[in-house]
Design a protein around this ligand. Sequence first.
Ligand code: NAD
Length: 246
Amino acid sequence: MLKGMVAVVTGGTRGIGFATVKAFLDHGAKVAVFGSRQETVDKALENLKDYPADAVMGLCPALNNPEEVKKAFDEVTAEFGSLDILVNNAGISARESLFDYKPEDFENIMNLNVNAVFVCSQAAARIMKDQGKGSIVNVSSMVSIYGQAAGCGYPTSKFAVNGLTKSLARELGPHNIRVNAVAPGVTNTDMVAALPKEMVERISAPIPLRRVGEPEEVANAIVFLASDMASYVTGTILSVDGATQV
Ligand code: NAD
């Protein structure tokens, strides 16, 4: 589905991002894994050594720094020849009560979950506009629909991600650049895997599919939105949450 395409996946070193990197490689894309530190990028590349070495590269620019991001994207296009897909996946969450919430923690979460999505999308769109085509997929969350009873910075950031998704879809559509998002429900990444079995059962019970999602299931939705199979889909927030209702 992605043969001949070049993708950047931010936060591609683990969890949903890493599953997306693998799915993209399985579907024939070349992938640049962006991580927060060189050592986690190196570890991810080590875990991808079954794939052809010329199909994958790793970088760790500060995602909200326009100069660093531009330099990293330039390295990707120099190495792989184009930039067809950007997945804005890197993100952090929060659980603090409003009464304990420090303004700097609110700023930190907005910096990565929103500002970095803006900076990376802007840099990618400049390249995609010149290419005449591109696809951006943002990783939002089900909390962008329901909100969350603690850690208000996190849902606030994901509402903003949906706003960027819908607005950039309108602005970039005339340049043949599609912009969509996935909104995962609770997904079985390291954080969920570390929870006691009973707690995961409790979380799963009210979900109509009676289980949490797997990172690969979110990755499959991202592959679809990134690919030409979704050539007339833009501005969509695709829930991947087993019909979770909060
Ligand atoms: P994770 O913590 O397993 O992975 C997060 C990724 O982001 C890592 O690769 C990490 O290196 C990267 N990252 C963190 N801080 C960074 C920084 N400052 N700069 C660059 N990269 C940074 O998380 P995950 O669960 O795989 O989440 C991925 C995305 O999915 C996030 O945007 C998250 O909000 C969203 N999401 C996750 C769930 C879930 O249940 N796991 C549900 C809904 C949405």
